[in-house]
Unconditional design. Structure first.
Length: 384
């Protein structure tokens, strides 16, 4: 397969409703899509990155610029006939977090194009040791007033038939307590609850929530504060004493981050997300390291992934049957408009299996992609 050009689309994905967490209230997200065009336009592969400044430090504009720089590298695989060439290209890139959304987008586009040229699903390129043909997704509950949380819980329980929940929490103890009460009213004791704080608690707020964490039967607390914050170590020890897992997210974006986390020993679970961790190659290396260290992990998503990144995340999840949780594929429930013809959404009970077809297994809607992007911001890079 001979790659002719790479196009970069900064896109705006509108939500069907407002979604809030402790750092943002969102009605849309700004992502970036890479398009690999090969064999005189006969093959087109797509990848997506979700740049978030509070996670990897990337803005949408920076991610688009980084993709352009990656494509201009001397070792970019313009002639692509084997997945090893993609891995070799990625392995030459430095470890770190600053370009991970961009790397995820271009790597996934290359994998999608290669899969389409060989009429193979991208799952054929991944390790099979932990593969499964069925996973079960959980779902997220936004930071909101009690009545709205109850409405969402009824939808999750009744329509989705899911009881694995992730509750977004903020600084306000009373609001957080009301949300937990709403969950218990709807699900009674039949729920598996995580909470995600996005690092906004201070020591006083964190310790104030200990009784709520225990009484609410919260099993996992994700990123309550950053590791360098005062009181983090003490709070981690208190959670451990309660039998509650402390999960790293924003603090865990690269293999070097994982090595630091393993050495410190405070976190006992990691949130692995494709865009945050720099795509498949880097994510698999991270997961292999966690397995060797005996640190559990989940495979999750960023809020506001289109069908491209949802399909990619499905592939990573199916390759990791030992993940404790799987979060993602919210397309049908969250997006007002998608980049793909089909929504990549889980079924009843959160059940999901492989996507059939070559590459990512989804069909891109070119009209939607153009409509969601600004033509003035599109970047076109031709083979040198």
């Amino acid at each position: 397969m001979q790659i002719d050009k790479v196009n970069v689309y900064p896109i705006i994905l509108p939500f069907s409703a407002l979604f809030s967490h402790s750092l943002r209230k969102r009605s849309f997200v700004s992502n970036v899509v890479a398009e690999v065009v090969a064999d005189h336009g006969k093959i087109k592969g797509y990848g997506e990155g979700a740049p978030r400044s509070y996670v990897t430090g990337e803005t949408q504009a920076q991610a688009a610029e980084t993709i352009s720089g990656l494509v201009r590298k001397d070792n970019f695989p313009w002639h692509l006939d084997d997945v090893s060439k993609i891995w070799e290209f990625i392995d030459c890139l430095p470890d770190g977090r600053n370009h991970n959304a961009a790397i995820c987008a271009i790597e996934t586009a290359l994998l999608d194009a290669l899969g389409r040229s060989q009429e193979s699903n991208i799952l054929e390129f991944f390790p099979k040791d932990f593969y499964t043909d069925r996973i079960y997704y959980g779902t997220a509950i936004p930071l909101d007033r009690k009545q709205r949380v109850m409405e969402i819980c009824r939808l999750i329980k009744g329509r989705m038939k899911i009881n694995k929940l992730k509750l977004k929490m903020g600084r306000n103890y009373d609001q957080n307590k009301e949300a937990v009460e709403a969950i218990r009213q709807v699900f009674e004791d039949d729920y598996d609850l995580k909470t995600d704080i996005n690092g906004v608690w201070d020591r006083e707020t964190a310790f104030k929530h200990l009784s709520l964490i225990e009484e609410g039967k919260i099993r996992i607390v994700e990123e309550p504060m950053m590791p360098e914050d005062p009181g983090f170590t003490d709070f981690a020890e208190r959670l451990r004493a309660l039998g509650v897992k402390l999960m790293a997210d924003e603090a865990a974006c690269s293999l070097s981050d994982m090595k630091h986390i393993a050495a410190k020993g405070h976190y006992n679970m990691i949130n692995v997300r494709l865009s945050k961790c720099g795509g498949f190659r880097k994510s698999f290396k991270i997961i292999d390291f966690l397995r060797k260290k005996g640190i559990s992990f989940q495979v999750a998503c960023h809020l506001g992934e289109s069908g491209i990144l949802s399909a990619a995340g499905r592939g990573l999840s199916l390759s990791c049957r030992d993940a404790v949780y799987h979060d993602g594929c919210y397309d049908e429930y969250l997006l007002k408009e998608n980049t793909t013809v089909e929504h990549v959404t889980f079924g009843p009970g959160g059940a999901a299996g492989p996507l059939t077809g070559p590459g990512l297994g989804v069909q891109i809607n070119p009209q939607s992609l153009e409509r969601l992007s600004n033509p003035a911001e599109k970047v076109a890079l031709s083979r040198p």
